[in-house]
Write a protein that binds this ligand. Structure first.
Ligand SMILES: NC(=O)c1ccc[n+]([C@@H]2O[C@H](COP(=O)([O-])OP(=O)(O)OC[C@H]3O[C@@H](n4cnc5c(N)ncnc54)[C@H](O)[C@@H]3O)[C@@H](O)[C@H]2O)c1
Length: 407
């Protein structure tokens, strides 16, 4: 089929690459000149494992452009633009803008909302758009997005028009994933309910981690392992740490919680998950103060990792960045190192290598689970493992999230 993908971010670029790999002819539309130039030159402007190779391998079926008129003959156009949360409310302007532009150019396409949008968005959009609208939310994780898109756990398709739903079902049939066809509203809500549930799982285990720290002999890693054997619970997203971040969980939990409140049907569990997550940073600063002294002013703190998780260069909603902001408020001197994130952050000292960053610091916090941190051995300063990836035996002065203070 002839496919258009509007918005070449983390989701759009991977969707475009995987659909080209499946044999479709794909046009990616991007308005950001720098991003577009990157894709055109074969150097993707974002880091996602396997993306560069995917685009290289399928370049004969992939075209990148800023020109919407190239969508004229498309069979399906995916909208994968950003849907940020601003003041706790979703900003749908990018979706509406992209949809209206595509609608003007396309002669026959089905318009697919891939972006995460609040329930009722497709219904609202259909009042302005003549093309059939399908809701097909995305569930991939950054860091494994290429593989997740090739082999999703499920494909959710919400639509009023059953022909349009069938066409979108067909395009994903190569994945072999179970297909759920439903209403647009259910599809939209499935995405939020899923993300909120996963965020709640993380906040839940983080609260258990807090409790473990006060129980001599307890360790949240073992508690989570014991829980995870239970098929009803499952081991995923039971990793205690610095709290969830990224471009999805923080904005999606906040958007759905305020949406639900407006409908007088508050999501108190999701609201609690948000609060627990937001308290995470304070907890880490408290541990640091307990161990190296209340006065952080002038103390050189190494924050290892800036990305919100490993295997990405994405710092949107990054808890390590929130931690840095909090440390700067205490007038600490922050040193930072990340193997992928190279952006400039005011008020901190960036290091290009791990050893230098540690050497020039009085205390170390591991804030992202990059593999290269896991073998650290540091005997001469305090180390706080906020991601539970270190071996306590490699340290003299050590604390870890969810590990009892008294062992
Ligand atoms: N990143 C993830 O892991 C993830 C996972 C699941 C769902 N989602 C959802 O997918 C959507 C996209 O997320 P993302 O992380 O890829 O966002 P992103 O910000 O990385 O990419 C969006 C891209 O769309 C472009 N754009 C905006 N308006 C445009 C327009 N009118 N025409 C052409 N291009 C336009 C932007 O320049 C940008 O490059 C969001 O709704 C997000 O919630 C993201």
């Amino acid at each position: 089929m002839k496919i258009g993908v509007v918005g070449l971010g983390y989701i759009g670029s991977v969707t475009a690459g995987v659909l080209a790999e499946a044999g479709n002819s794909v046009i990616g539309i991007e308005i950001d000149a720098k991003r577009l130039a990157g894709f055109k030159s074969g150097e993707p402007p974002i880091y996602e494992p396997g993306l560069k190779e995917l685009i290289e391998k399928n370049h004969s079926r992939l075209e990148f452009s800023s020109d919407y008129s190239k969508l004229a003959d498309a069979d399906i156009v995916f909208l994968a633009v950003q849907t940020p949360t601003v003041n706790e409310r979703i900003d749908l302007s990018y979706i509406f803008d992209a949809a209206e532009k595509a609608n003007r150019q396309c002669k026959k396409a089905v318009l697919v909302i891939k972006s995460t949008v609040i329930p009722g968005t497709a219904r609202e959009l259909s009042k302005k758009i003549s093309l059939p609208i399908v809701s097909n939310p995305e569930f991939t994780r950054e860091g494994t997005a290429v593989e997740d898109t090739r082999k999703p756990d499920r494909v959710v398709i919400g639509a009023k028009d059953s022909n349009a739903a069938d066409l979108v079902g067909k395009i994903w049939s190569f994945t072999g994933a179970p297909l759920l066809k439903t209403t647009n509203e259910n599809a939209e809500l499935i995405k939020y309910a899923s993300n909120s549930f996963l965020a709640t799982k993380i906040s839940f285990i983080n609260e258990i981690a807090n409790l473990c720290e006060s129980i001599p002999g307890a360790d949240v890693e073992i508690v989570a392992k014991g829980m995870g054997y239970d098929k009803r619970i499952a081991p995923y997203f039971l990793k205690a740490g610095i709290g969830y971040g990224g471009s999805c969980f923080p904005k999606d939990t906040s958007a759905i919680a305020s949406f639900a409140k407006e409908l007088q049907s508050p999501l108190s569990i999701v609201e609690s998950a948000i609060k627990v997550n937001s308290d995470r940073i304070e907890r880490i600063v408290d541990i640091l103060k307990t161990e190296i002294g209340k006065e952080l002013k002038g103390k050189r703190i190494a924050v290892l990792g800036l990305a919100f998780k490993d295997d990405t260069d994405d710092i949107r909603g990054s808890q390590p960045i929130r931690l840095i902001e909090r440390l700067l408020k205490e007038s600490a001197a922050v040193n930072a190192y990340d193997p992928r994130v190279k952006i400039k952050i005011d008020g901190i000292t960036r290091f290009e290598n791990l050893e230098g960053c540690i050497k020039e610091s009085d205390a170390v916090i591991v804030a992202t689970e990059w593999g290269e941190f896991s073998n650290l051995k540091i005997m001469d300063k305090f180390v706080l493992d906020a991601k539970r990836i270190l071996n306590p035996a490699n340290f003299n002065n050590f604390r870890a999230i969810g590990l009892s203070w008294e062992r």
